[in-house]
Design a protein around this ligand. Structure first.
Ligand SMILES: C[S@@+](CC[C@H](N)C(=O)[O-])C[C@H]1O[C@@H](n2cnc3c(N)ncnc32)[C@H](O)[C@@H]1O
Ligand code: SF4
Length: 451
């Protein structure tokens, strides 16, 4: 039955990490529009401030990498970049109301620690000099274990990070060698013990399935090893192979990628195992312990997602992004910075924000975004909650709002969703097809046909 559904629904559908997806952002979105939207965002919900810093540099490059990352060639680039980030903060922060509180700061990349910890601390200080935080704001950083040693851990502690993501990808040195990834420098047990006991912080471990040399049983061994470390969260990313976009990935085709069936089996075996070990699935790819606030948010259907990842109602905020390629996510718009390093520096040197493209959402698109976000996070939609969060008395009265009823009925007949007067529930069988449910509300996919 499920195989039949996989065949029927085998289409390219966006991952809907945002609505509209980033490939539909407008290239003629201007800095002026963004500045206006920043000011408007002070009166919008969620009211909390969430800051993202993108640090694109890496000391060495992994062949599979699909992030906006570049090899660091010259230490002077770091100085120029740190200064540009400060200039960007100088333009944006004065526009934000100081009555708002900081709920998240996230350093991502690339490998954010290529910027010195003293620079990282200065950026954080610029924020906390101006704004108060909520109780325990989430201060997160992505770390490559190949560059973590004892002094690095002390720096993390002094900078007061409380959520550390460690990119493991695979424990097997043969897999790491094949993808050109530096193995951990000190034992992971030491790193995780320090983060838990010396920093009282939490640890995410990232894995990728679908890399060369991986098999369902070798990936299961990774999970067996991972649970012994008792991380707070485990994140399983399907390897996204986009060699046209990321030329460095081409080399992996020669090494031999696992088949789609084998990749699916890796995920299914891992999910079953993690569940028996007490981890609970949250959203598509996160596995957390039952006392995690994400799990609590998921069971009460209050899980949110922004470009920083999944979050609870407590921590969610409008996202203001800094650095090359950073995407800001406000209630009224998205704005993405240029990916071009020189252009990024020169825009800021001339006092301008380096915005390259973006999107202003119409009232009906805001409703669609709420519905799609609720489906992707909570596998359900409650019409009353959508109306509450968008301030509408009915979603369906809003001009230009689209809902493809025929397709929803087909998904219902196929057992993917249950429909009732209060909303939509995605069934257990239907979870792998949740993106198809989302397309019923996306006018861009109005004409999609299934055999
Ligand atoms: C910015 S990167 C990692 C941070 C740090 N530089 C590291 O390597 O550990 C964030 C995560 O994206 C995931 N990732 C990168 N490229 C990917 C791809 N092509 N497909 C799926 N996941 C990918 C990896 O799991 C990685 O840990
Ligand atoms: S996975 Fe991390 S270290 Fe490797 S190239 Fe990508 S961002 Fe850099």
């Amino acid at each position: 039955m499920i195989q039949h559904l996989h065949r029927k629904y085998d289409r390219f559908i966006p991952r809907y990490t945002s609505y509209p997806p980033a490939n539909r952002f407008r290239p003629n979105f201007t800095e002026k529009e963004y500045l206006k939207e920043i000011t408007v965002s002070n009166g919008e919900n969620p009211s909390h401030l969430s800051f993202y810093f993108h640090i694109p540099f890496c000391p060495t490059m992994c062949h599979y990498c699909g992030c906006n990352s570049v090899k660091l060639h010259d230490e002077n680039e770091l100085i120029a970049y740190r200064n540009a980030l400060s200039q960007e903060l100088d333009v944006a922060l004065p526009l934000l109301s100081t009555e708002r509180k900081v709920s998240q700061i996230h350093f991502g990349g690339g490998t954010p620690s290529t910027l010195s910890f003293s620079s990282i601390r200065l950026l954080m200080q610029a924020i906390f000099d101006r704004f108060d935080g909520i109780d325990s704001p989430e201060i997160a950083i992505e770390c490559h274990p190949g560059y973590v040693n004892e002094s690095f851990l002390e720096e993390l502690k002094n900078a007061r990070f409380n959520r550390i993501s460690l990119g493991i990808q695979d424990f097997d040195p043969a897999v790491l060698k094949c993808v050109n990834r530096v193995p951990p420098r000190i034992p992971l047990e030491t790193i995780i013990h320090f983060i838990h006991s010396e920093m009282n912080a939490s640890v995410n471990l990232d894995f990728i399935y679908g890399l060369p040399r991986q098999t369902p049983s070798s990936f299961l061994q990774n999970m067996e090893q991972a649970v012994l470390l008792r991380p707070d969260r485990i994140v399983l990313f399907p390897y996204a192979h986009l060699p046209q976009l990321f030329k460095r990935q081409q080399i992996l085709e020669k090494a031999g990628l696992p088949s789609p069936e084998s990749k699916l089996e890796m995920f299914e075996k891992a999910v079953k195992f993690l569940e028996t070990e007490g981890y609970r699935q949250v959203g598509m790819d996160h596995f957390v312990l039952p006392d995690d606030e994400l799990y609590q948010a998921a069971i009460t259907k209050q899980l949110h997602r922004n470009f920083q990842g999944y979050c609870s109602k407590r921590t969610t905020g409008q996202v203001y992004a800094f650095g090359v390629s950073g995407i800001s996510q406000l209630s009224g718009c998205y704005a993405q910075n240029t990916k071009n390093f020189s252009l990024y520096l020169s825009s800021l040197a001339s006092g301008h924000l380096p915005v390259e493209r973006g999107y202003v959402l119409s009232p009906s698109e805001r409703i669609t975004r709420e519905i799609i976000s609720s489906l992707m996070c909570n596998y359900a939609v409650e019409w009353a909650k959508i109306c509450e969060s968008t301030g509408k008395s009915s979603c369906f009265d809003s001009p230009n709002f689209r809902c493809n009823r025929n397709r929803l009925n087909t998904l219902c007949e196929d057992g993917i969703i249950e429909l009732n007067d209060n909303g939509i529930e995605v069934t257990e069988v239907g979870k792998p097809f949740v993106r198809h449910v989302a397309t019923c509300f996306d006018p861009f996919y109005n004409d999609i046909k299934y055999d």
